[in-house]
Design a protein around this ligand. Structure first.
Ligand SMILES: [Zn+2]
Ligand SMILES: [Zn+2]
Length: 143
């Protein structure tokens, strides 16, 4: 768990004033090595946390380079912590995602870059989602 001081520092670095909800959400995200849906994040926050505030917090975190969306081909949007170099307008989300078919978690493999793809001339990519499937390290070791 990152310290409260570290959380406040991260928020300030990303031009966000530390508020109780922002602190709580960042604490959850920074502590979780896989992507979480809004419902999963909500369940880890104090009961009675306002949903609108949560959505607003996630939106500003995304804009400021603290979180990125992780898509899995369904309508469920998940969020994961950005790598440390991300900032507003400079997301470096060029890493591969990995979904474990055993625990169903989607991990950010920050150290694995999405390979370069050459598109036909008339196509222009605006998003890149690279999702691999398989068994994660935790499930392989049977912990
Ligand atoms: Zn797993
Ligand atoms: Zn990711």
């Amino acid at each position: 768990m990152p310290t409260a001081a570290r959380i406040d520092q991260l928020l300030t670095q990303h031009a966000l004033r530390p508020t109780p909800v922002r602190r709580a959400v960042l604490g959850v995200m920074a502590d979780t090595p896989f992507a979480l849906s809004v419902g999963e994040i909500e369940r880890q926050l104090a009961a009675g946390t306002d949903r609108v505030t949560l959505y607003r917090t996630l939106k500003s975190f995304e804009e400021q380079g603290l979180l990125h969306r992780v898509m899995d081909g369904t309508d469920t949007i998940r969020y994961a912590a950005c790598s440390i170099e991300c900032s507003a307008g400079a997301h470096f989300d060029n890493h591969v995602h990995f979904r474990c078919t055993v625990c169903q978690r989607i991990y950010c493999l920050y150290q694995v870059a999405v390979p370069a793809v050459v598109l036909p001339r008339s196509f222009e990519a605006h998003t890149r989602e690279y999702l691999l499937g398989g068994v994660c390290g935790t499930c392989q070791s049977g912990d």
